[in-house]
Design a protein around this ligand. Structure first.
Ligand code: G
Ligand code: G
Ligand code: MN
Ligand code: NA
Length: 250
């Protein structure tokens, strides 16, 4: 397919870039980290969303070298940020199952001198669907490095709750589909309340995604959600704008 060829070409050419979206602490309103989001700057089509090209990159195996590049680049960038500001990197299921993932993470940390406590890896439930033993072993190895592990898109997969029992995640990210209608729909509120409560009792940080209004922020604060992320604060922005974002939400 065309996309296949274009993707390989783009990777060889260096047409990918990383943008960063602030993670804001509800209690203080300050930025404690950034989620790194991959962008493809296509010469004719402009910016292409990872939702479109990640599945193709997974099919053709490009996600492994591309994911390595993301990790190295994100760690390198984050090492320049003020002390304590974290970087969150998304991992694809294919990348997660690749044999040398742990080694790649070790190298990215070593080459950038980023302290492991400042790296978070976001994984989705789909990662844990197969090969449970091997995947759990990988998670424990990663955690052993001192990095943090977040469960992304929580609530949208199949058996999130059993994973929480199998592995001590550091963070749960509440999918934005539940945040969207928080103020209008009592079922969304009930789900957000349940996830926040779960986080509190399991001592896991909860982060709400897709926060666009102060109304949503107020509801999330009332439910005890720890962290928020969304257009209310900022969309993902290029690395060059990080200093300005930190100055604004310092
Ligand atoms: O950035 P948003 O614009 O469109 O991202 C869409 C989806 O792509 C999200 O589910 C996000 O988790 C995923 N994504 C963004 N960057 C990366 C990345 O570097 N690696 C992987 N595997 N997924 C990513
Ligand atoms: O699945 P993941 O959560 O990793 O991806 C984050 C996705 O959410 C990206 O596509 C990002 O551009 C998008 N996003 C970030 N903030 C908002 C928001 O406030 N509203 C909406 N609709 N999407 C958002
Ligand atoms: Mn994510
Ligand atoms: Na998500």
């Amino acid at each position: 397919r065309d996309m296949e060829h274009d993707l390989r070409h783009a990777f060889a050419q260096g047409d990918f870039e990383l943008h960063y979206q602030p993670l804001v602490e509800v209690a203080t309103g300050t930025i404690s980290g950034f989620e790194c989001l991959l962008r493809w700057r296509h010469p004719e089509k402009g910016m292409i969303s990872p939702a479109e090209f990640i599945p193709v990159a997974e099919d053709i195996g490009l996600i492994v070298p591309l994911g390595e590049w993301v990790l190295r680049e994100a760690c390198h960038e984050a090492a320049r940020w003020p002390d304590g500001i974290k970087v969150a990197v998304n991992l694809s299921a294919v990348q997660f199952r690749s044999r040398n993932l742990v080694q790649v993470v070790v190298q990215a940390l070593a080459q950038s001198s980023l302290p492991p406590e400042r790296l978070e890896l976001e994984i989705t439930e789909s990662i844990l669907l197969a090969e449970t033993e091997a995947n759990l072993a990988t998670l424990h190895q990663l955690r052993g490095l001192g990095i943090r592990i977040s469960m992304d898109d929580f609530g949208t997969g199949y058996s999130s709750l059993s994973y929480l029992r199998s592995f001590p995640f550091d963070k749960i990210k509440i999918d934005r589909s539940f945040v969207k209608d928080l103020a209008q729909r009592s079922d969304c509120l009930a789900i957000v309340r349940a996830i926040s409560g779960l986080g509190k009792s399991l001592n896991i940080t909860t982060t709400a995604e897709g926060v666009e209004t102060t109304d949503q922020l107020d509801w999330l604060r009332a439910e005890g959600c720890n962290q928020v992320q969304g257009f209310l604060f900022s969309a993902a922005r290029p690395a060059s704008e990080i200093a300005a974002l930190l100055a604004r939400f310092g």
